[in-house]
Design a protein around this ligand. Structure first.
Ligand code: GLY
Ligand code: MN
Ligand code: MN
Length: 439
């Protein structure tokens, strides 16, 4: 507790300094950040699961409370309107508590109306507001809602994490790894996809709605569906493979981990082992000042060697790369920024002003085109899949070893994903130590 409190305090101090500088540069005296509103289901009487404004949870680890507002006025103590309803229909937030509360002047509000009334009494001149709620602008005509220049600068800057944020990412990874170990046991214990999913959640101690993204649980050929989130309820007659991409959160920060297992010894098991080696190899190339697009392309070269060595292609690695064959087997990006969001914003930004890289001609699915900086947290998640939609149009190609591809097709594919933080001299893997510790 003491350690996280000190980390949080220093995170908050730096965030305040940086934000004040940004606000001043853009002509604002303050920043109002809303936690968000509940979203009702169409023509129904209940809400979708609440997802907090990521800008809000960067300031404090309050992730499950709508109608909260944070005001940061340059030179003043941060103020928080804390939503504390009197409600016996639903579970409501308790008293504000935790290592963060002493950093804010807190005012309790019972509902949205009370929150808007309290906001109406605050001086919001020259205040920028980050909120999804358009109706705020009607109630508070003085605020400027989501100024693009400010958002761009904040999105760009948050790629690099504070020590507090890295601590939270490590903890999120530890929680998720507990889930991964339980899921692996459930798979090898003969459970169904749905049962594996539930075993994962139970081990993480969270509900599906509290997960950062829908667990991807895929047996056999389902592993070729990059986001397989419809879980089979019947155990397949034969088990070839198991791919699980599932995360967790700690204080609003996200883990995003993928592992792939072969059910039996043989060609696919060898391929999984080789992809794990290559994944670790490319992780070894992560370092500040490395261009992520170049890293992604180097992974394609590694994959070309895997395809050639295993005989999946009939040509050498250089030809496989030059002919674009690796893109048939690895259609997504090597990784993305991660932090407050699974796919954290800002991966396509060239600079803090908000200029964007154009979609990459060869790698349109790549979510990160920036040069790595110290403290930048990214996932590294190479894949090798047997996806009919991509492979079938190439049926006539003699560069592809169809008998072997057809043999491997029931295994679906492989993805191995860790989170790394770049440093000046290399990178820290935030995922693997938890597998060693808990595994
Ligand atoms: N779990 C989504 C991703 O790996 O990007
Ligand atoms: Mn990912
Ligand atoms: Mn993932």
């Amino acid at each position: 507790m003491q350690e996280i409190q000190a980390l949080y305090q220093s995170h908050l101090n730096v965030l305040l300094e940086d934000s004040y500088r940004l606000l001043e540069a853009q002509g604002f005296d303050g920043l109002l950040v809303a936690s968000g509103d509940p979203k009702p289901c169409f023509l129904d009487d209940h809400d979708y699961p609440f997802v907090v404004n990521p800008h809000f949870k960067r300031w404090l680890p309050l992730t499950d409370n709508p109608y909260c507002y944070l005001l940061l006025r340059i030179g003043q103590r941060p103020r928080l309107l804390y939503h504390k309803p009197a409600d016996y229909w639903h579970a409501a937030a308790g008293e504000p508590s935790g290592y963060w509360v002493d950093s804010f002047d807190i005012e309790l509000v019972a509902d949205e109306t009370a929150a808007l009334k309290a906001l109406g009494q605050w001086d919001l001149r020259r205040v920028a507001c980050i909120a999804e709620e358009v109706q705020l602008a009607e109630h508070l005509p003085d605020i400027e809602l989501n100024p693009p220049g400010l958002l761009a600068a904040m999105h760009y800057g948050r790629a690099c994490k504070s020590d507090y944020e890295l601590h939270c990412l490590r903890e999120a990874n530890r929680i998720a790894v507990g889930g991964h170990l339980a899921a692996r046991e459930a798979f090898f214990g003969g459970r169904t996809e749905l049962e594996v999913h539930l075993a994962y959640l139970a081990a993480c101690g969270c509900t599906e709605a509290q997960s950062p993204y829908g667990n991807i649980v895929a047996f056999n050929e389902n592993a070729a569906i990059l986001h397989n989130d419809r879980y089979g309820t019947v155990a397949p007659p034969q088990r070839h493979s198991f791919l699980i991409d599932a995360g967790a959160t700690f204080e609003g920060y996200i883990a995003d981990i993928t592992r792939t297992y072969a059910a039996n010894k043989g060609t696919f098991a060898e391929l999984v082992a080789r992809m794990d080696l290559e994944q670790q190899g490319i992780c070894g190339e992560v370092q500040a000042e490395v261009d992520f697009v170049a890293l992604h392309e180097r992974m394609h070269h590694r994959l070309a060697s895997v395809l050639s060595d295993s005989g999946i292609v009939t040509c050498d690695a250089d030809t496989a790369f030059a002919q674009g064959l690796t893109r048939l087997f690895f259609p997504h990006g090597l990784g993305h920024l991660i932090g407050l969001q699974t796919h954290d914003v800002g991966g396509w930004q060239m600079n803090a002003a908000g200029d964007q890289y154009p979609v990459h001609a060869d790698y349109p699915a790549l979510r990160l085109q920036r040069t790595l900086q110290p403290g930048m947290a990214v996932t590294i998640e190479p894949g090798l899949y047997f996806i009919d939609q991509l492979l079938e149009p190439e049926r006539s190609s003699s560069l592809l070893n169809w008998p072997l591809i057809d043999e491997l097709r029931p295994c679906g594919g492989i993805r191995i994903e860790d989170t790394l933080v770049a440093t000046a001299t290399g990178a820290e893997n935030l995922t693997r130590p938890a597998f060693v510790e808990l595994g």
